[in-house]
Write a protein that binds this ligand. Sequence first.
Ligand SMILES: *Cc1c(COP(=O)(O)O)cnc(C)c1O
Length: 451
Amino acid sequence: MPEDPRRALPSVDSLAARLGVRPEPHGMVTEAARRVLEGARTAAAAGQEPDPEALVRRLAAELDRGVTPSLRRVINASGVLLQTNLGRAPLGRKALEAMADVAAASNLEYDLESAGRGSRHEHVRELIRRTTGAADGIAVNNNAAALFMVLQAFCQGREVIVSRGQAVEIGGGFRIPDVLRQSGARLVEVGTTNRTYAEDYAAAITPETAAILRVHASNFKVIGFTAEPSSAELAEVARRHGVRLFDDLGSGCLVNTEDYGLEHEQTVQESLAAGVDLALFSGDKLLGGPQAGIIAGDAGLVGELRRHPLARALRLDKFAIAALNATLLSYVFERQDTEVPLWRMLRASEVGLKRRAGRWAKAGGEGARVVPATTMVGGGSLPGQGAATWCTELRSPQGASDLAGCLRDQPVPVIGRIEREGVLLDPRTVDPSDDRSVAEAITNALSQLSR
Ligand SMILES: *Cc1c(COP(=O)(O)O)cnc(C)c1O
């Protein structure tokens, strides 16, 4: 009778000793060795001869995995500029430098003139005012927090009127009716899913009404027989009845999207000029900055928000403030097309994109070709809107899903998208400084699959 293969397995200590010197503490090494041997024991019980060299390699890999931080850099070649799953807007060099600059000490809450206490909220006021035209502004953790704070501060225990077509789910379990309920406000829905008129809002106003809330339908589009009153029409209704108008813009665009070949997206400036009391928007969507929620508008209301206890709970950290200011400053100098990666990427020429896609295709050899495609804006901004681009299409006999997996398994994971049995890699959403990494990933992935 053959000997039980489990008896050939090394002990925890001898396996750990064969690994040589590692930077991890001894306890971590023995724990990992125990896990590796556990797996090997199961395999041996099924009759598999243990391979001592493979065990050492597995132990090293197990330890490497343990010290790799969970959050890490990837290359977004998906062709979606604002991928919520990939961290939304890529930050530019100016924003990164500004963050590094305040990493040690800064005057975050220190008044350099009086040597006394300052407020972090002061740092963003002026640039929000300058870029949006608002009387005042404040920035908090994200737009969801901004909306929650505004509703809680001004609408708690009272009614808020929302169009049926705008009582939507924004994504990631963020539903307008739920946020309203959580904030202590009562939702009053008016109109129908496809058509709501200014009179519908007017008819719903009671002494209990605190505000009208307009919500940008960020991630979907109702087409055909539709109607929604404009911000200006709503502002007129709100003023006539003495209630407030809040405009949750979502994406927070400061530029004319038509200049970038996209449909017009209402800008923050337009919303405020139409007479809304407060405009709310994200920092990391069409603004192209860090995660933040910006509230711009009436000075009295913003002042109240600044003094609200939630301003402390939802405040930005120094890095986000630095990055937000650097991003806003690019708009002040009208340098967003070169300094804010989102707009720079949208401006990238098709000729240049085709050339880059061609170089990547060369790295893929037989399994690659250049195809025309569309880059999407994404991030719940401009649904269905995109820019013409050129992609590298990769194909493998093993199938697109295995190939995409192999690209994700590279030292710097490359994220593509699967279309018509191929994997598409879009150079428009990739910074050119990452082109070499993408080419290497393509070569590696295809050769690993054909092995
Ligand atoms: C994206 C979005 C939000 C949420 O913004 P975050 O910054 O992700 O919290 C809220 N409202 C609208 C209309 C949005 O598009």
